[in-house]
Design a protein around this ligand. Sequence first.
Ligand code: NZQ
Ligand code: ZN
Length: 390
Amino acid sequence: MKGNFVYYNPTKLYFGPDSLNGLKEELKKYGPNLMLNYGGGSIKRNGIYDEVMAVIKETGKTVVENPGVMSNPTLAKLREGVDIARKHQIDLILAVGGGSVCDYSKAVAACAHYEGDYWDAFYLKQQNPPQSQQILPVACVLTMAGTGSEMNAGTVITDADTKLKVGHVYDERLLPQFSILNPNFTLTVPVEQMKAGIFDIMSHILEQYFSDDDDNTSDYLSEGLMHSLIVAARKAVKDPKDYEARSNIMWTATWALNGLINKGKKEDWEVHMIGHSVGAWTHAPHGYTLAAVSLAYYRKIMKFGLKKFVRFAENVWGISPQGKSDEQIANEGLDALKAWMQEIGLPLTLKDIGTTDDMLEGIARGTFLLDAGYHQLTHDELMEVLHESM
Ligand code: NZQ
Ligand code: ZN
């Protein structure tokens, strides 16, 4: 394990079919004013809203509801939430939904007590809230697996006017206090969203796996998570009601992005930078934006991190190295990734998710070019990746 690092993740997890039983005792730890954030209404249709409200009622809290948190939550919606949190002197924010609702709730938590321009400070300038500033506590009842937002400090917000989709940098005070992970709650997620979540998980692992060449425990953990995900995804696509598969996907999602598998490593995250920009232009599900650009990106950078791509082929996909060059083995690993993506029915191109040629320059403009993985893309290389993804 290279370098020095701190691992700190205090989010308490309740997992399993009875995990909502933990909510009442947890809520009692906070003051009377509860902000309840949720999305476009799925929790009302599938009964999760009623179940959560029944528990909240038993605690006697004053609930301020803030529905309508959209996928890829916007800055305008963030401003609404901040106003609500200020007006009602909120003590705890409870997110009931997928990554968008969890992310959004953390954004409100970060911004509610900030006097200045929080979009400029926290997103455009990537500053953390001042240490002296109060951050509201957040908790999640997760209804969709994918982002890992339930156990990380990420909060991605889109400015619909400028088409900039930006993730807030890490601030440990935004880690959820507790999260409730009931795999049964994810059974009503539309299959297309489930598949997007599955690829989001895969992408989170790959972003952290494809860097460095040393022998690092983190990479072995990543390989284990990928094995579980590959198997569970195949089963879940065949039978979306398969509890075992869905519960494995949910747990894998959490561990894929909670600060564990990046330890002692650099990380890449360029696929996410491109994907976020694609998302701001197309509004496609986050995981689909990643699926559409991953293969072209990895084929482009493969030669700069060949050793790891060979390892990926052999350890994750069981590609036999006999009689092959390193390039051949590495390419076969990416072929295997592509075949798995096809098998579970993911989009493989930008066209598949509604991108048109006239968007590509704008997508490139909104893409941050990071210098963290095996190779920093030039603008020209980024354009090649985008064209090759069409
Ligand atoms: O709006 P509702 O009614 O909640 O419906 C949602 C939404 O339409 C629906 N859904 C969720 N749970 C459901 C359900 N429908 C039926 N039954 C259920 N149980 O699914 C749709 C997608 O939900 P959303 O929360 O948008 O998806 P996801 O979890 O993929 O979150 C995406 C957001 O997270 C950000 C993405 O950029 C995007 O904005 N990310 C957050 C990260 C983090 N915190 O670290 C990292 C990720 O890389 C990602 O960037
Ligand atoms: Zn992601």
